[in-house]
Design a binder for this molecule. Structure first.
Ligand code: SF4
Length: 321
C-alpha cells in the first residue's frame, strides 16, 4: 500500500507498507543498504555489460569513454584523505570493485574507516586473493564489516558473458565460505539475477549466510546494457533469455518459491512487480464479485457485460453458472 503525505511546497513523501518493508520511506538502490557510499577509482576492469556506474560515468557525466572504463584510474588524493566517523553504514565500494589491482589502496582506506569506528559494507564480485587478506588481517574488526558478494548465477558461461573479467562462481562461493568460517557477517546480492534459476544460487549460498540474500532485476535493461561487439549468437544465447527472465511471470514464480525463506530480501524492482500484482488481483476480485439479481435475489456473476438480468436468473436456475 502507498500513502502520500505532502511535505511543504507541493513535495510528496511516499510511505509504503508490506512486502518486507514494514512502515517507512521506501528506499531504493544502494540506499536500501547503506547511508553513504565511498569510492576512490574511476572505472572497473570487471567490465560488466550492465554496469550502472559505467552508464553514469560515460553517458551522464562524460567522465570517460566505454573503452576507458575498463582501465581504471585511482584517485590517490581520495586514498590519502583522513577518514572520520560517519553516521550509518558506509558502502565501500559502490561504483567500482575491489580487485587485485587496487587492493593496497583499498586496504589503506578500509583501515582508516575501521579505525574511526565506522561500519562498512563491502560489496564485491569477490576475488579470493582480496577477501582472504581482509579476513586474515582485519579479524579484530569483524563486528564492523559486512560482506555482500554479488552472485547473479551459478553458470560460469552466463557469468563470463555478463561480467567478463569478474571471478567465476566457484571463486565467489569460496570467498563466501571463507568469510563465513572466519566469523564475518556475510550476505549475497543476486542483483541483477542473470538467469531465472535464482533458487539454485540461493540453495548453494544459504548455508554460508549470516545476514541476507538480496534478489533484484536488471533495471533499465535497454538503456543500460552495452551490446557493442556482441554476435547474433550471443544475443540469442544470453541477451534474449535474460530479457525474458525480467518478465512479471518469472518474477512472480520466483517470489512464490522464495518469499519467506531464511535470509531472502527483495529489492525494489521485485517489490514493485508484486505491488502491481496485488493491485491487479484486488481489481479483478472486485470485478468478478457475485451479485444478487434485483428481481429474484438469485446469485449471479457480474462479468462486465450487460445481458438482461433475467438471462442470469435463467442460467442460475438451470445451474449453468
Ligand atoms: S563490478 Fe560493479 S562497478 Fe565493476 S563493472 Fe561490474 S557492475 Fe560495474
Amino acid at each position: 500500500m502507498k500513502i502520500e503525505i505532502f511535505k511543504g511546497k507541493g513535495k510528496k513523501k511516499q510511505f509504503y507498507t508490506g512486502l518486507n518493508q514494514g512502515m517507512g520511506v521506501m528506499k531504493t538502490g544502494t540506499k536500501e543498504w547503506a547511508k553513504s557510499n565511498l569510492n576512490f577509482q574511476l572505472g572497473c576492469e570487471h567490465g560488466c555489460r550492465y554496469c550502472y556506474a559505467r552508464e553514469m560515468a560515460v553517458n551522464r557525466f562524460n567522465r570517460c569513454t566505454v573503452e576507458q572504463w575498463t582501465q581504471p584510474v585511482i584517485d590517490n588524493e581520495k586514498v590519502d584523505q583522513p577518514r572520520g566517523k560517519r553516521k550509518g553504514i558506509i558502502m565501500f565500494p559502490s561504483t567500482h570493485d575491489l580487485t587485485p589491482l587496487n587492493m593496497s589502496q583499498y586496504l589503506c582506506v578500509l583501515r582508516k574507516l575501521l579505525d574511526a569506528g565506522n561500519k562498512v559494507l563491502i560489496v564485491s564480485k569477490p576475488h579470493w586473493s582480496c577477501i582472504t587478506v581482509i579476513c586474515d588481517f582485519y579479524t579484530e574488526f569483524r563486528d564492523q564489516i559486512m560482506f555482500r558478494f554479488t552472485i547473479g548465477s551459478m553458470n560460469d558461461e552466463i557469468l563470463s558473458f555478463w561480467e567478463p573479467e569478474a571471478p567465476n562462481f566457484a571463486e565467489r562461493l569460496a570467498c563466501l565460505q571463507y568469510a563465513f568460517q572466519r566469523g564475518f557477517k556475510t550476505s549475497v546480492s543476486c542483483e541483477p539475477y542473470l538467469d531465472p534459476y535464482v533458487v539454485y544460487t540461493y540453495t548453494a549460498c544459504k548455508g554460508y549466510l549470516t545476514d541476507s540474500f538480496w534478489i533484484g532485476k536488471l533495471k533499465h535493461f535497454d538503456r543500460r546494457v552495452d551490446l557493442s561487439g556482441i554476435s547474433t549468437e550471443e544475443i540469442e544465447k544470453f541477451v534474449k533469455p535474460l530479457k525474458a527472465a525480467q518478465g512479471d511471470d518469472i518474477v512472480k514464480s520466483m517470489y512464490r518459491l522464495l518469499d519467506g525463506r531464511p535470509f531472502v530480501q527483495w529489492k525494489d524492482s521485485i517489490r514493485e512487480v508484486m505491488k502491481r500484482t496485488a493491485k491487479d488481483k484486488k481489481r479483478i476480485k472486485g470485478y468478478w464479485r457475485p451479485l444478487e439479481c434485483p428481481e429474484c435475489g438469485a446469485k449471479m456473476i457480474c462479468d462486465g457485460t450487460t445481458p438482461p438480468i433475467r438471462h442470469y436468473k435463467k442460467l442460475v436456475d438451470n445451474k449453468e453458472l
